[in-house]
Design a binder for this molecule. Structure first.
Ligand code: PHE
Length: 456
């Protein structure tokens, strides 16, 4: 163990390499793969955008992910205590962890709302309630759901309680066990819908929309989008990966794990695009982004396919499964903190987190009804939380994590940590990582952030 590191005894953790991958990939794969990645790709230059995204992921996303996993595994602590444990004299660095806990609350506030709609749609589509080939009808169904304050709050609380129940069960028996079961199901459903979609007459047009490389679309703004997407997709910049890293075993090869997760997550995103767009184009719909694609277009499109009803249900089950792994990893951030810092039993820490989230989250849930007119900074609470986290807190968090790991904690400790104290012969990989961590990632994040905030 590195000097100065206080180890917490009898800490729950992931038990196998497979469990590590399931939980970490489960965090990365989420609603982002279904409604952000495919449509952003189609609208921003197809294969050209995928190339830019991969560059952003390699230059910033993956280095921050490796750094977070590394810091967490060394400290064996939650996102906030990690900085205190690894650098007892540098109290100000703990602010990264504090911002991470805040981000976790803000992301969950809107993410659980979208997940609530997805779960509501599983039930509604199974009972035939959302199925219509007419987008006006599917649109009216969706509007009715989000404009009803009781339903919106109910489904969000339902999701919060379900996720909380898994979190209470613990890291190995809750998070690891659940994600290990869910990830294979997710892949099977995705491939099933993908194959069905590829058999449709509009398959070529759909694939053309998704993959046709158009470099003229790649502007400065698109670079920002790709970088923000890389942070959101890879769950980095807010302490999730620090917290998960603290549950990793000593043997895990961190750079390899991070790379695998990034590539597998990319594959899921592309598969999701292959599942969605051929169907959308076959029936002449617009490839729009966001909630309208998920809740209005998908039900209308798939209702036209023979046995399409079953596919609509499957599609929302897929969304619910994807969202679960992501929500577990976000909720674990404050729960791990309360559990470790205040020695709260997991049950109490989770209950407190769920209650706080129900309160904060309801402001997002009511954004389309009672609170629709309340717009701090010109945005509804829902949009505000999304903007604050993806465009500000996560990139800023990632920037300071690079500075802390690369310059304060320093190359010697990084080398020891990533070679598993000399067990792995991976010095070339570590040197490349250090270069990305110390220079490439912070500079590119910094420039993109300043441009995003219109300061540059
Ligand atoms: N990566 C998740 C998704 O794509 C979202 C997420 C963000 C999860 C931040 C954890 C932390 O949906």
């Amino acid at each position: 163990m590195a000097d100065g590191v206080k180890q917490v005894t009898s800490r729950d953790s992931f038990t196998s390499g497979l469990g590590v991958i399931a939980a970490t990939l489960g965090s990365a794969v989420g609603l982002g793969n279904i409604w952000k990645f495919p449509s952003l790709t189609g609208m921003n230059g197809g294969a050209a955008f995928i190339i830019v995204y991969i560059l952003a992921a390699f230059m910033a996303g993956v280095p921050v992910m490796i750094a977070e996993l590394m810091l967490g595994r060394r400290s064996r602590s939650d996102a906030l205590s990690t900085f205190r444990v690894l650098h007892p004299k540098g109290g100000q660095w703990g602010l990264i962890g504090a911002a991470g806990v805040l981000s976790a609350f803000l992301i969950l506030a809107f993410y659980t709302e979208v997940a609530g709609w997805v779960v509501a749609y599983v039930f509604k589509s199974a009972s035939g309630g959302v199925l219509s080939t007419d987008p006006k009808v599917t649109s009216a169904v969706f509007e009715k759901l989000i404009a009803d304050p009781y339903q919106a709050v109910f489904w969000q609380c339902f999701v919060l309680v379900c996720v909380g129940a898994i979190i209470v069960a613990g890291v190995s028996k809750g998070i690891e066990k659940t994600t290990k079961r869910l990830m294979p199901v997710l892949l099977v459903i995705l491939v099933m819908i993908g194959v069905r979609s590829l058999m449709l007459p509009g398959a070529a047009a759909g694939l053309n929309f998704l993959f046709r490389p158009d470099f003229s679309k790649v502007t400065g703004g698109v670079l920002l989008t790709a970088m923000g997407l890389a942070f959101f997709k890879l769950s980095v910049g807010m302490g999730t990966m620090i917290t998960y890293g603290s549950y990793f075993t000593k043997e895990e090869n961190l750079p390899v794990t991070a790379l695998r997760v990034m590539l597998a997550d990319l594959a899921v995103s592309i598969l999701a695009g292959i599942a969605i767009f051929p169907a959308v184009f076959t029936y002449g719909f617009k490839p729009e982004a966001g909630p309208s694609l998920l809740f209005i277009t998908i039900p209308a499109v798939f209702s036209q396919i023979p046995f399409g009803n079953a596919f609509v249900v499957l599609f929302f089950v897929l969304g619910a499964i994807a969202a679960t792994g992501a929500m577990l990893s976000i909720m674990e951030v404050p729960v791990a903190y309360l559990h470790q810092r205040f020695s709260m039993p997991r049950l109490h820490a989770t209950a407190l987190t769920v209650i706080l989230l129900a309160l904060i989250g309801s402001t997002a849930a009511l954004s389309s009804s009672v609170l629709a007119g309340v717009k701090p900074f010109g945005m509804t609470f829902f949009d505000l939380y999304d903007f604050l986290t993806s465009n500000l807190l996560m990139p800023i968090g990632g920037f300071f994590i690079c500075l802390f790991a690369g310059w304060v904690w320093g190359p010697q400790k990084v080398k020891a940590a990533l070679s598993n104290d000399g067990e792995l012969r991976n010095s070339a990989v570590i040197n490349l990582f250090l270069f990305l961590l110390k220079y490439v990632a912070p500079v590119s994040i910094g420039i993109i952030l300043l441009r995003g905030l219109k300061i540059l």
